[in-house]
Design a protein around this ligand. Structure first.
Ligand code: GDP
Length: 147
């Protein structure tokens, strides 16, 4: 269903800092349902594909190195208008510009180690969600036919 879900990553810095619990708590407190979730370690080829849109940017190699440096948590989050609502909750890419009360303001260590990823459109949410999860790993509150 368009607009009802987004895709997130809790990035290596936040995972190794034991921030998974507090970040998931903020996600739940802000009304998101966790429809899929797992801990994985990205291979370089996967990280390059996921961030292909940034391949010409000067920070690309550092970003790939960082995103493959440790475990990440990937998840699908459901809520009405999920993409926009979650971008609001995570805050600005640059933690120095992130608003009070946002995940990045609270947990980001730097522009690169900015704690979380959130999809920027409904189209990308579906591309990113299906990059990591099969249909049998997704549990939508909007579709009870699986149960
Ligand atoms: P997002 O949608 O807010 O995550 O931002 P982007 O899609 O523009 O960038 C993807 C990720 O690349 C960001 O979350 C950062 O981890 C990293 N990044 C973006 N811009 C910079 C930058 O100028 N320097 C560094 N070191 N990393 C950056």
């Amino acid at each position: 269903m368009a607009g009802t879900f987004t895709f997130t990553i809790i990035k290596p810095g936040a995972v190794s800092n034991e921030d998974i619990g507090p970040i998931l708590n903020m996600i739940n407190e802000n009304g998101f349902h966790i429809a899929a979730m797992k801990l994985i370690k990205l291979r370089t080829a996967q990280a390059k594909k996921f961030y292909a849109v940034h391949s010409e940017r000067p920070f690309y190699n550092d970003l790939i190195e960082f995103m493959t440096s440790g475990a990440i948590l990937v998840a699908i989050l459901e809520k009405d208008n999920a993409v926009e609502e979650y971008r609001k909750l995570i805050g600005n890419t640059d933690p120095l510009k992130a608003e009070e009360g946002t995940i990045r303001k609270k947990f980001a260590q730097s522009m690169q180690k900015n704690a979380v990823h959130g999809s920027d459109s409904d189209e990308n949410a579906e591309i990113e969600a299906s990059f990591f999860f099969s249909n049998s790993e997704r549990f939508s509150i909007f579709d009870v036919s699986d149960f």
